[in-house]
Design a protein around this ligand. Sequence first.
Ligand code: AMP
Length: 361
Amino acid sequence: MKIGVIGGGQLGRMLALAGTPLGMSFAFLDPAPDACAQALGEHIRADYDDKEHLRRLADEVDLVTFEFESVPAETVAFLSQFVPVYPSAEALRIARDRWFEKSMFKELGISTPEFADIQSQADLDAAVAAIGLPAVLKTRTLGYDGKGQKLLRKPADVAGAFAELGSVPCILEGFVPFTGEVSLIAVRGRDGETCFYPLVHNTHESGILRLSVASSNHPLQALAEDYVGRVLEKLDYVGVLAFEFFEVDGGLKANEIAPRVHNSGHWTIEGAECSQFENHLRAVAGLPLGSTAKLGESAMLNFIGEVPEVARVVAVEDCHLHHYGKAFKTGRKVGHATLRCPDRATLDRQITAVETLINHA
Ligand code: AMP
């Protein structure tokens, strides 16, 4: 079976690493000449709205999936005429726009921060009066890793904030005084079979994910599964979906969803029976899903900007290096390490060992 992937970054690369043993081959459509997935499959170098090359991709593959959500809606609609596309155009439409996303949470009874649609500075002034400060202004689309958002602490931060984000459609969210951030990675097959990985606790720095630790028997697992299950059913979703939550007052508030494999699920490559990448491929290919059970205690640390010396990373016991083969650049995710340890005390020690390498890289 040949899988077409829109986007050829590290997520596409890890999909191919998981799918190759299943007998799958891959074609990646990505305009970047150095797209790092090309080491694992065919690289169709073209823009995401290039109909000639999209048609070529559709003709060559059995189905198409995505490694990022900001794909133009017309691209998805165009491809869908010729080849099955998972997840659906509707799932992408909702997930790439924070207003649609939060409106869906509300409709489904999923707790989420207060929010308002912002089309002008006047809308923002009115929303701040209603929601209060602090609050977070975010562009409705194209924001990632903390980009396209601004924390408004005091009235002076509000003036001109809409223009600062580019005068594009935004939402204002009430600030959540969270005690932690967690994500739930779920997978749903074409037949509706659904599995959930254990909740993951995530630590960000400057808006970029640094550390994910898979939990054991998290008290909010059942609530998270209930919330995520509602979204999967509503969208008749096929594939892996990542759902990010704030932990607050002993409960959860929904932040956002990603209709794809997710950085906070990378630990599953070595830390779970079947990884998020393999399970995404199983789901879109109509295969039975694999077990999401955790193997031992597991964590993932991102390498941002550069990968520490390889020999030193692999010298850490229980540590698995994933080097994406990308040029090093400040703020760019260029690799990660997964730790899989027999117990939590060992895991904490090994997290410190890898953090020390990162801090001295
Ligand atoms: P996002 O791009 O929506 O995931 O936001 C990036 C990060 O900003 C989150 O991981 C949080 O740490 C923080 N953040 C986003 N929205 C809020 C909010 N409404 N209240 C508090 N912190 C937030």
